[in-house]
Design a protein around this ligand. Structure first.
Ligand code: MG
Ligand code: ZN
Length: 222
């Protein structure tokens, strides 16, 4: 019975995700589902990315968190519109939550909508939100084995950011091994090595993101 229920839930999610995707497509807004385990630096990367891009494009953010709005407050300080989703213990966002949260944000006609998922590498990977791109962050202090232990989220990633590269000298993190592990399960994904703390790699990441936004935004003119 449990298995059946889970299948039905995912089926309902697919329908809403499909509907979200149509709405995002009609508006020409690029939507990113940002995922990682807790503490790998999603919010800091987002803050730094917003500060680099906010003069060129309009950005909106949905912050998924279990109970608090701490991350939403940090993002708000960057001067962009944020809607907070508190999942009250649910460890992932689903398409229905995003459908509700995005309404007032889309009224502003943003070029980019970032959805920061709940910090968790397991079930966020299973729930399509209707996004264009799945971005997954791993950080150097988490160690080498995340890719092989949580393959689904990395398999489905369009882009992977390896964060906290400034800590590399203090750990046994093996860059070559991580590249090889990603290559085995998802050879097409784009990889950026960054440090949100000192800014390394953020120029390359932001330029790539801007290209994706412009490509999607062209549909706005049609
Ligand atoms: Mg966060
Ligand atoms: Zn979950």
């Amino acid at each position: 019975m449990k298995v059946k229920l889970e299948t039905r839930l995912l089926g309902a999610n697919e329908l809403i995700a499909h509907n979200n995707r149509t709405i995002f497509s009609n508006q020409g807004v690029l939507v990113i589902n940002l995922m990682s385990s807790p503490g790998s630096g999603k919010t800091t990367i987002l803050e730094k990315t917003i500060s680099r891009l906010k003069d060129q494009i309009k950005i909106a953010v949905i912050e998924g968190d279990l109970y608090t709005d701490q991350d939403a407050q940090r993002i708000e300080q960057q001067g962009v519109k944020v809607v907070q989703i508190n999942t009250e213990g649910t460890c992932h966002l689903d398409a229905g939550m995003v459908s509700h949260a995005c309404q007032e944000l889309l009224a502003d006609n943003p070029d980019l909508l970032v959805v920061e998922n709940v910090g968790n590498l397991v079930c966020p990977a299973e729930f399509d939100l209707g996004e264009d791109l799945r971005a997954v962050v791993i950080s150097v202090p988490e160690g080498n084995d995340k890719i092989t232990k949580y393959p689904l989220v990395f398999q489905r990633a369009d882009v992977i950011l390896v964060n906290k590269m400034d800590l590399l000298p203090f750990t046994d993190f093996d860059v070559a091994r991580v590249q090889k592990d990603i290559g085995l399960i998802n050879p097409k994904t784009k990889i950026f090595f960054v440090s949100a703390r000192n800014g390394d790699g953020l120029e390359e990441w932001s330029s790539w993101l801007l290209e994706q936004i412009h490509a999607k935004g062209r549909t706005k003119l049609m």
